[in-house]
Design a protein around this ligand. Structure first.
Ligand code: HOZ
Length: 427
């Protein structure tokens, strides 16, 4: 595989941009490579500067659920561009997108648009603290809720690839209010709630974890979190930045039958443009300024171009049978990957949640961050490299998920499975 042009660009980039990238995981450090510089994308494919073509399973880390350059999304963006790119004032588009969210996610009665998942989670926690008048936040090891100070304790995603628990620059006085416990460990949460429940503002969780690889919640884990927050007057926040409109139309909460008090959304609701949102019950959402005292603002929040892309995307996601067809593709791929591993004599665990997939090099079930960290990282690096050489673009870290889009046809899935078997045989 040629990488000369990407390498040259990387050389230039590292002189001008820290690490040569605008988000750490992309630097591909944990797979011992230089990053590929992407020139364009189309459907299920990415094309890099050297002219290599890849079947894309990152999908811009989730939002490209319709594939790249979906014609309806592109035409919605184009028609808005002719009217202006940013007004910093309310538009009808914001109401339309809010309705598309509220109509589908039962627990969301009101929603505030922001610009990213980080902003959504950061604002949701501020709201929970303002609403309850409490400071403590409980989160889970290996979950990632963006890079706001409060969350940089045992965080997943890019933080996990650097093997650091948090980050310098985060004041102790901020994270002393954050308690992180193992994912799926309801007894650990129960213990904290028993000791400090009256001081706990919120429990925040990825209802399906997607930033330590993809890890499923155990039976009743989310139900018990709901019970504990209710009993203690705390707020339950579901970070559905990855899972919202992804694992099912109504998000993970619709699959597991648990209504959180606040839901964080991102990625998909902007159709690939920078959008996030947080929403919930009116009683809580009315605490946000200007209706209430909890301050949060943003010039580009509700940006018309991003709203138009989101509206076009969510409208298509509402078409009958969309999610059944998508999950079928993911299940087909998961089955194929398991068989590929068996044929190659390699132990893997493969999990799916709608169109999200997790693949771990281990023979043991993966239920939390510790389990994920114990998986064979050398095997992952070799597998990643072999797959890339065969034109399959996976997340360059074992602590991320795979995303299947509606334009990943059977032929591409078969090609991926074939490449996986060859790649695993070469490990
Ligand atoms: N934190 C993102 C995935 N979980 C990666 C962001 C990026 O590099 O774009």
């Amino acid at each position: 595989m040629k990488q000369e042009k990407s390498n040259l660009l990387y050389k230039e980039a590292i002189e001008r941009i820290p690490g040569g990238v605008n988000s750490p995981v992309r630097a591909c450090k944990s797979v011992n490579r230089n990053p590929l510089f992407i020139k364009k994308a189309d459907g299920a494919y990415l094309f890099d500067e050297d002219g290599n073509r890849f079947i894309d399973y990152i999908g811009s880390w989730g939002p490209m659920i319709l594939g790249h350059r979906d014609p309806d999304v592109i035409s919605a963006i184009t028609s808005v561009l002719e009217k202006g790119t940013s007004f910093g004032a309310p538009t009808n588009l914001e109401i339309k997108l809010a309705n598309l969210i509220i109509d589908v996610i039962d627990s969301v009665e009101m929603v505030r648009m922001v610009n990213s998942g980080t902003e959504a989670a950061m604002s949701a926690v501020r709201l929970a603290r303002g609403y309850t008048g409490r400071d403590i936040i409980i989160k889970f090891d290996g979950c990632y809720h963006g890079h706001a100070d409060t969350f940089l304790v045992e965080a997943g995603s890019g933080v996990a690839t650097l093997s650091i628990p948090g980050s310098p620059g985060v004041p102790k006085s901020v994270i002393e209010h954050t308690i992180s416990v193992p994912y799926n460990d309801i007894d650990a949460v129960r213990k904290i709630m028993k000791e400090k429940g009256s001081m706990v503002a919120a429990i925040i969780v990825e209802p399906v974890a997607g930033n330590m690889g993809m890890v499923l919640p155990e039976k009743d884990f989310l139900v018990k979190l709901k019970e504990l927050t209710l009993a203690n007057g705390s707020v339950l926040i579901f970070d559905e930045v990855m899972t919202g409109f992804r694992v099912a139309h109504g998000g993970a909460q619709s699959v597991y039958g648990v209504d959180p008090d606040i839901t964080c959304l991102g990625k998909i609701i902007g159709g690939g443009l920078p959008v996030g949102a947080y929403g919930g019950k009116k009683e809580i959402m009315r605490y946000i300024a200007p209706e209430g005292p909890v301050y949060q603002a943003g010039t580009l929040s509700g940006n018309p171009v991003a709203m138009a892309a989101g509206i076009a995307t969510l409208t298509k996601l509402g078409e009958p049978g969309f999610y059944d067809a998508l999950s079928e593709k993911a299940n087909y791929l998961a089955k194929g990957l398991k068989l590929a591993a068996k044929n190659a004599g390699v132990n893997v665990k493969v999990y799916t949640a709608g169109s999200m997939l997790g693949l771990f090099f281990t023979d043991k079930e993966v239920k939390n961050f510790d389990d994920a960290k114990k998986c064979n990282s050398d095997m992952f690096v070799k597998y990643y490299t072999n797959m890339l050489e065969r034109g399959i673009y996976l997340a360059p870290s074992a602590f991320e998920a795979l995303f299947v889009s509606s334009v990943h046809g059977k032929e591409l899935l078969d090609k991926t499975i074939e490449a996986a078997e060859e790649s695993m045989k070469e490990i």
